[in-house]
Design a protein around this ligand. Structure first.
Ligand SMILES: *Cc1c(COP(=O)(O)O)cnc(C)c1O
Length: 428
């Protein structure tokens, strides 16, 4: 019996499902979650002492790898000065200035403690300033778990096959309209019908919670134009893509100016931070200067701000994103070539430091393309790699992440391990 199994049994006796976020439970791939003990650079070490090359990166935040020395020092220094004050601290301003320097469209920010809180706040603000109730989201798009956005959602909701959760009032879900990602006509049709009731379109600019699906050319331009035409707000949910696909996020990469932007994951460098930002005229509608309620006991926590600031500072190193995308390309090209050698139908997507793997012929552009990939092959691939010391997200519907700590040797070792697994997959 492994230490991980014992740890899981113990957790299950006191924590709902034994985990504090559902995808961690391995339901999407079968088996039991691996309990981790520590992380170092590109590696995770489990409670049985096994080492894994990690492509989960805490689900996105760890773009510098585990336990980065500068980040952990900044955290320790901040902690020594006090864990929380519930009064403003200059670290909040420092982090906000750093974010604004990278994403100039975020004139004003408000920090929260999770991506969920950020999208919830953005939605409330959009509804308040437009005086409209409806919101457009995309099938397979995940924005955390605000009630309004748990309709046809991705990530854990896809993995577990509950696109719409019990407990979400039908009257509220009725205000959520669902379009098809990469199909601007589907959004146009919703506007044609409900244009005067739509407060906002919320989109992951690179879909990252139905595996990884980049936008097709012109998609975001059409969304921008439709929102402008009908007086709705365009919300870029950059909780995953922010500082991941480029220093300035997807809005810089694609040259699109959203009205509101939500951030999370990397902005906290591994500690719980989220943010919503946009033009001052919009953001100043939040309390205390405006009427729209939003608050948080732990918002702008000084230790979390220090982790975020130390992380963002390192992203400005020359060539940071070039190197990161080279590593991702080495991985995706290596895996594709290995799959081809064994006659396994396989394709990949990648943008900046994120990637997607699909057991299907490409291209994968739409939600239905993702759904027709072979989930059983993914399951066997996942467990094969896990046994060889490579840790992928335990679900066919999650994006993968490479960090600055991943070396070319880590990538080669991953491809070599995958080659072994592909050779078994092509067999009977
Ligand atoms: C992870 C994620 C969220 C939710 O963030 P939490 O911190 O888990 O609440 C929201 N939007 C996107 C695009 C995400 O990837």
């Amino acid at each position: 019996m492994t230490a991980s199994h014992r740890a899981f049994m113990r957790a299950r006796s006191v924590i709902a499902g034994g985990v504090n976020s559902p995808v961690r439970a391995f339901k999407g791939v079968g088996g039991e979650p691996i309990f981790m003990q520590r992380g170092e650079g590109a590696y995770l070490f489990d409670v049985d002492g096994r080492r894994y090359i990690d492509y989960v990166g805490a689900w996105g935040p760890l773009i510098l790898g585990h336990a980065d020395a500068d980040v952990t020092r900044a955290v320790a220094d901040a902690a020594a000065r006090g864990l929380a004050f519930g009064a403003p601290t200059e670290g909040e301003t420092e982090l906000a200035l750093e974010v604004r320097a990278l994403m100039p469209g975020l004139e004003r920010l408000r920090f929260v403690s999770s991506g969920t809180e950020a999208t919830m706040t953005a939605l409330r603000l959009a509804r308040a300033v437009t005086g409209r109730d409806k919101v457009v989201k995309f099938e397979g798009g995940y924005h955390g778990h605000p009630d309004s956005l748990l309709v046809k959602a991705g990530s854990g909701a896809l993995t577990l096959g509950v696109p719409t959760s019990p407990g979400v009032p039908a009257a509220l879900a009725a205000h959520t309209l669902v379009a098809r990602f990469n199909d601007a006509d589907s959004v146009g049709a919703l506007f044609a019908q409900h244009g005067n009731d739509i407060a906002a379109v919320i989109v992951e600019p690179v879909a990252g919670n139905m595996n990884c699906v980049p936008p097709v050319a012109g998609f975001h331009e059409r969304l921008r134009a439709l929102c402008d035409q009908y007086g709705a707000l365009l919300i870029f949910d950059e909780v995953m893509t922010g500082f991941r696909v480029a220093a300035g996020g997807a809005q810089a990469l694609f040259g699109i100016r959203p009205d509101l932007t939500t951030l999370g994951k990397i902005i906290g460098g591994g500690l719980p931070v989220g943010a919503v930002g946009g033009p001052a005229a919009l953001m100043d509608q939040l309390l205390p200067d405006g009427p729209v309620f939003q608050a948080g006991t732990n918002s702008g926590n000084p230790v979390a701000m220090a982790a975020g600031l130390a992380t963002l500072k390192k992203l400005k190193a020359p060539g940071f994103y070039e190197t990161l995308s080279q590593r991702v390309a080495a991985l995706t090209v290596g895996l594709s070539e290995a799959a081809a050698r064994h006659g396994v139908a396989f394709t990949t997507n990648a943008v900046g430091g994120m990637f997607g793997l699909f057991f299907a012929e490409g291209p994968v552009r739409y939600y239905d393309d993702v759904m027709r990939a072979d989930a059983d092959r993914f399951r066997r691939f996942f467990h094969g790699l896990l046994g060889l010391g490579v840790y992928l997200a335990p679900s066919a519907y999650e994006a993968g992440f490479v960090s600055a700590a991943h070396t070319p040797a880590d990538i080669s070792a991953t491809v070599a391990a995958a080659e072994q697994v592909f050779s078994r997959l092509s067999g009977p």
